[in-house]
Design a protein around this ligand. Structure first.
Ligand SMILES: [Zn+2]
Length: 330
């Protein structure tokens, strides 16, 4: 085939292509060029692609909806200061409020937060994984991890649909649960110091220094061991410093596979938000993700979608100003 024919075919191909799809592909190419080399600084094998989202209701994901597309939003609810130095028991939220807030009839929500202490009688980690409407929890697959006296490992429970609340704080990715294109990031063998969400955040920050990007979804830990914490019962003395908090939390090494869900923001657009938060679960284990402890063996497989809006709910401000809800475009 001579060059003229090849050129003709390329022009013909582009001419017949939907310009919107072409633009999307161009964005993908720019994305790969920027992000992949930076992830290679932290992992030996790295793949970054835009792919059709696999069915996330299937193994190994076990999520409440098939995809993470459609009106994608990130909601940052509450504040860490509602937990420390002392807990504020009146900080409670209802996940069924999310569809109305983001302008949908139902929402597929995934993320990391503080569990239902009033239901379980103790502090606990919450892995939000549900489809909610204004009236009910349609697919109730959220989990909690909690410390139970006399048990060596944290206890994992599925949260019943009768308990649609959470306490203190959460970072939530909300979508219509639709299939479609998502960002796939696959990394094996950690060679750097950064944990996976930090490495992705760093690569995005350096690739798009002038943008505030927010993404979320599922991060599978397919191989290796993971260090996670689970909150024990509430501390009787105030947690004034990071050291106090570290001494209060219980840390565990947990085995893969684990399904982690959460959000990554590249910068705070002035709303006082938490930039990274992932909780993970399996049938028997779960907690707040910190890092992997077996860099040689570790393997991550993540599917993320980019958020269009960021909602800030019940932000703690100066007492005179009171509480405030706010949102911005990402
Ligand atoms: Zn957490």
């Amino acid at each position: 085939m001579n060059r003229v024919v090849i050129l003709y075919r390329i022009i013909n191909y582009l001419y017949n292509y939907d310009p919107a799809v072409l633009f999307l592909h161009l964005c993908h190419v720019l994305f790969f060029l920027g992000v992949r080399p930076k992830l290679c600084e932290n992992y030996e094998n790295v793949t970054v692609e835009v792919v059709d989202c696999p069915d996330l209701t299937k193994e190994p994901f076990n999520l409440a909806a098939k995809g993470i597309n459609g009106n994608v939003s990130i909601l940052d609810v509450g504040d860490i200061t509602y937990i420390r130095p002392t807990i504020q028991r009146d900080r409670a939220y209802d996940l069924r409020g999310i569809p109305k807030m983001v302008g949908d009839k139902e929402s597929f929500i995934i993320g990391a937060g503080a569990g239902l202490w009033w239901y379980y009688g103790t502090a606990c980690e919450l892995m939000i994984n549900a489809v909610v409407t204004e009236d009910n929890v349609k697919v109730p697959l959220s989990r909690t991890a909690r410390i139970v006296k006399g048990k060596e490992k944290p206890v994992i429970d599925t949260v019943p649909d009768t308990e649609p609340g959470f306490s203190f704080m959460a970072q939530i990715h909300s979508s219509r649960g639709e299939s479609g294109k998502v960002i796939k990031i696959h990394c094996q063998k950690r060679t750097g110091e950064k944990n996976f969400p930090v490495a992705v955040q760093d690569a995005l920050k350096r690739s798009f220094p002038n943008s505030a990007l927010g993404l979320g979804g599922v991060m599978m830990i397919l191989k290796g061991r993971i260090r996670q914490h689970v909150q024990p019962e509430f501390s009787r003395s105030p947690l004034n410093t990071d050291e106090d908090e570290k001494n209060w939390l219980k840390f565990f090494e947990m085995s893969s596979p684990l399904t982690a869900i959460g959000t990554i923001l590249t910068k705070d657009p002035g709303l006082d938000v938490r930039l990274l938060h992932f909780h993970s679960f399996s049938e028997n284990e779960g907690g707040h993700y910190h890092n992997d402890v077996t860099p040689e063996d570790v393997e991550y497989l993540a599917y993320f979608s980019l958020a269009k809006n960021l909602y800030r709910v019940d932000r703690k401000l100066d007492k005179k100003e009171g509480l405030m809800n706010a949102w911005c475009n990402l």
